[in-house]
Design a protein around this ligand. Structure first.
Ligand code: 1AG
Length: 135
């Protein structure tokens, strides 16, 4: 079993969030706001259901899913698109493919050095984020 992703996490650093947001078609004023936010992740698991919340003072984004079960994702408050999303484990990485209008879109979460890592990618742009555990 991979190390548990569950817990509350606070962002330490982020690279190329700007490029990722441009790939998603986010306008410049919204990108400016988003770049300044201190993000928290809350990852919870109840039985076989996961909930992942991205929290900030400006806006929150939350969704839930079961691993290996495709679900309808609406990226409300982000780029507001609909995706057919599928989360699977690839070794110690929890990976999600977000099939929809944007090509080659998804993310991966994993634990490394007790930190939560996240890669968000879309149409050739990858944003990398690292979070430290706060609870
Ligand atoms: C995600 O994580 C992305 C979560 O799906 C948000 C991360 C970065 C922001 C991405 C796009 C920005 C779009 C619009 C900007 C407007 C508001 C920013 C609000 C940011 C906080 C919600 C999934 C992954 C699975 O963690 O955990």
């Amino acid at each position: 079993m991979p190390a548990s992703l569950c817990g509350t996490w606070e962002i330490l650093n982020s690279t190329n969030l700007e490029g990722y947001m441009i790939a998603l078609g986010i306008g410049s004023s919204m990108r400016k706001i988003a770049l300044k936010l201190k993000q928290h992740k809350v990852i919870e698991q109840v039985n076989d259901k996961y909930v992942i919340k991205t929290l900030s003072t400006f806006r929150n984004y939350a969704f839930s899913f079961r691993v290996d079960e495709e679900f309808d994702e609406h990226t409300k408050g982000l780029d507001n698109r609909n995706c057919k999303s599928l989360v699977t484990w690839k070794g110690n990485r929890m990976v999600c493919i977000q099939n929809g209008e944007k090509k080659n879109r998804g993310w991966a979460h994993w634990i490394e050095d007790d930190k939560l890592h996240l890669e968000l990618y879309c149409e050739g742009q990858t944003c990398k984020q690292v979070f430290k555990r706060v609870a």
